[in-house]
Write a protein that binds this ligand. Structure first.
Ligand code: MGP
Length: 307
């Protein structure tokens, strides 16, 4: 299944602009709210106006009956498409070994597991407890979902949210992941309960807005980012950004640079740390990259890139 939008350039541009506005408005302070009209056109909303002030109306849009989420958060009729569709997956102790009933939120056709028999069997076991929640392809649907799901700080221990491009399963074995790796950071749970929701929101926004990889529009292999994950563990939180490729000994310097740009963006723009800031400590790691092939070896060697 292809994951790249076939939208015309104008629609893509609108999508990016809408997302930038959403991020500027909602990213940190009041992340859960959809963007306001101010974000789109710099005009005041009716609530912000002084008595007697006259509100400017975009006659052209009105004439055409276009109502964006910015001009009418409840009754809009235009959606801002994302560059790709994304699927949210979830697992927690309560989903393990259970077949969840198909509610409207989970009524998504199952994604096929990878084709080679060995990979399929391995991924099947791993994917057994991971449930698809919903697939969305617009800014509005993202906010609708975000406003209706439990934030990571309220999840039980040993739970995970996985947000992956549609058609890619959150497993090493998927075609799109098998040669890739992940940037991740682990931080102590108690000290970071107040930060994890903001970090996860920022991570999702920058993933769906294609902010991580500046070369995301190149014909192949498209964006290096395939998905993002937040994990709650008894003593720490972990946030990861999965990539399609991992720099290895026979790769060009270009792939390593492109991978490092993603790691630096994650550390500085998404998590808000300074480039030189040291983060490792008890229960904490630096922002570090490891290939999935090395992760599979479970600590038996493997080279990490640390930012
Ligand atoms: P984890 O949940 O990513 O790590 O993987 P964590 O949090 O360190 O471990 P936990 O025990 O606290 O949950 C845990 C284990 O799941 C790995 O060691 C693998 O055995 C298995 N696993 C993880 N991933 C991401 C995959 C995958 O993509 N495919 C398969 N087949 N197994 C996986």
């Amino acid at each position: 299944m292809t994951t790249v939008s076939t939208l015309p350039p104008a629609a893509l541009q609108a999508s990016k602009a809408a997302l930038d506005a959403a991020m500027a408005e909602g990213k940190v302070a009041d992340g859960a709210k959809p963007p306001s009209s101010q974000a789109e056109n710099g005009k005041e909303s009716a609530d912000d106006m002084e008595e007697g002030e006259i509100q400017e109306v975009d006659m052209e849009s009105q004439a055409q009956g276009i109502r964006t989420v910015f001009s009418n958060p409840k009754d809009f009729n235009v959606k801002h498409p994302l560059y790709s569709a994304w699927t949210l997956w979830f697992d927690s102790p309560s989903t393990k070994g259970r077949n969840l009933p198909q509610t409207p939120m989970t009524a998504v056709p199952p994604t096929p597991v990878p084709q080679t028999p060995g990979a399929a069997a391995a991924a099947q076991g791993w994917m057994e407890d991971i449930k698809q929640v919903i697939t969305f392809d617009s800014v509005e649907e993202f906010w609708g979902l975000y406003n209706n799901i439990v934030p990571p700080s309220q999840l039980p221990q040993r739970a995970n949210y996985y947000l992956f491009k549609e058609g890619i399963i959150p497993a090493w074995e998927d075609e799109a992941n098998k040669n890739g790796g992940k940037w991740s950071i682990q931080l102590p749970r108690e000290k970071n309960r107040g930060n994890v929701d903001k970090w996860w929101l920022n991570t999702m926004l920058d993933a769906i807005g294609e902010q991580f990889d500046p070369h995301f529009e190149e014909p192949a292999p498209h964006s290096l980012v395939t998905g993002v994950i937040v994990s709650t563990r008894p003593q720490f939180y972990r946030i990861s950004v999965w990539t399609r490729l991992a720099p290895g000994s026979d790769d060009t310097e270009k792939l390593r640079e492109r991978t490092e740009v993603i790691g630096k963006h994650f550390k500085m723009k998404v998590l808000g740390f300074a480039e030189a800031q040291k983060l490792a400590g008890p229960l904490a790691t630096e922002v570090e990259f490891i290939s999935h092939k090395d992760s599979e070896k479970k600590g038996k060697g493997g080279k990490k890139i640390v930012i």
